[in-house]
Design a protein around this ligand. Structure first.
Ligand code: ATP
Ligand code: MG
Ligand code: FE
Length: 350
């Protein structure tokens, strides 16, 4: 089945075409595009929802045309439109879902609404690599930090989560304290390569609590005090910034890796997926590989860690590819806990 997928939940407009083979459960990406609004939002220091909606509106229609052209497919070749229906910014979601509904109506094809975090969670499947069930997923993005036990597609138990800031948010906010541009994660990672993490001992919040929850707001506060002690962000030397970036990255990754591996042990599920924007962090990937002996790692390709439409197409294929009917009624949902999802219902034939 050929799936046209649309993602517009936050500040990336993304479109992909995916050909899934229901017989094998495998597929391939025929074409994909991602238009980032980062530069537009950077001068505000974060995403401005109204601006995001307008940018999606302008970007989406030509991107759909371009992707169809690249794959050399017409609407008559498209079997379904997958679209992110939540969670995310309401106005941004509505641009994608309205486009999907209108195009589906005109061309007489179904719309497959997709949960954005299920897209992130299943992203390793794009490379043909979903682990056997049950497996554990560390979902670490701009808005979420969760540990999820996956027993089947759509059967997700939340076994740990952040009590305050998300890991990506901690990267972004700490970066801001260092005077680095938005989004801070990639900037911190870049500077950290030449930094000495041991110069600034930062706390590992919740590391010694025997649970699977996270807390990152204290870490951000510790960064604020450390920067203040050096005379504020403007007084920082390049080396101060590099060392501080290394310390921030090390502290965040240490906690994430420790808790993710603890989850695998506690749940007796030695298979771990890491997904979401922070999963693009190479220090995190390296630390998991070196400390995760006995745990099999499943990582999406770097470009499929941050927001993209290929992961939305794949989630739709994983959910509906075997013949489960598209939901008749649904709405865009800005807030939508992942564990509220249920497994797809397959058609009962007689
Ligand atoms: P959500 O998926 O929770 O709705 P989002 O879609 O905004 O949030 P993503 O696009 O998945 O989040 O990820 C963006 C986040 O990932 C940002 O916080 C960004 O700083 C962080 N990030 C991206 N690359 C890296 C990296 N190399 N190292 C650390 N953090 C990174
Ligand atoms: Mg984004
Ligand atoms: Fe995301």
């Amino acid at each position: 089945m050929n799936i046209l997928a649309i993602e517009s939940s936050c500040d990336e407009t993304a479109v992909a075409l995916y050909a899934g083979d229901a017989a094998t459960g495998c597929g391939r990406i025929l074409a994909e595009q991602i238009a980032s609004q980062i530069e537009t939002h950077a001068r505000f220091g974060g995403v401005v929802p109204e601006v995001a909606s307008r940018e999606h509106l302008a970007a989406l229609p030509p991107m759909v045309d371009a992707v169809m052209q690249e794959a050399d497919l017409g609407w008559n070749h498209i079997d379904a439109i997958a679209v992110t229906s939540g969670p995310g910014l309401m106005g941004a979601l509505l641009v994608g879902t309205s486009f999907a509904r209108a195009a589906a109506c005109v061309h007489g094809i179904p719309v497959l609404p997709v949960h954005h975090m299920e897209g992130h969670l299943l992203a390793p499947g794009l490379a043909g690599q979903l682990p056997a069930f049950p497996f554990i997923t560390l979902l670490v993005s701009g808005g979420h930090t969760m540990l999820v036990r996956v027993d089947a597609i759509g059967s997700y138990s939340l076994i740990g989560q952040t009590l305050d800031d998300a890991a990506g948010e901690c990267f972004d906010k700490s970066a801001r304290l260092l005077g680095l541009p938005y989004p801070g994660g990639p900037e911190v990672a870049r500077l950290a390569r030449d930094g000495d993490a041991s110069r600034f001992p930062l706390p590992r919040p919740m590391l010694n609590k025997d649970n699977l929850d996270f807390s990152f707001s204290g870490l951000k506060t510790a960064v604020m005090y450390a920067v203040r002690k050096l005379g504020g962000s403007e007084a920082l030397s390049d080396q101060d910034r590099r060392d501080m970036a290394a310390a921030i990255e090390e502290a965040i990754c240490d906690v994430l890796v420790s808790k993710a591996l603890r989850a695998c042990r506690q749940q007796r599920a030695p298979r771990l997926v890491i997904a979401g924007g922070v999963a693009a962090n190479s220090h995190l990937r390296g630390l998991l590989a070196s400390r995760g002996k006995g745990v099999e790692l499943f990582l999406p390709e770097l470009r499929h860690c941050t927001d993209n439409a290929a992961m939305i197409a794949y989630a739709a294929f994983a959910r509906y590819g075997a013949g489960a009917p598209a939901p008749a009624e649904w709405d865009a949902r800005p807030r939508w806990p992942l564990h509220e999802l249920t497994p797809p219902h397959t058609l009962i034939s007689n």
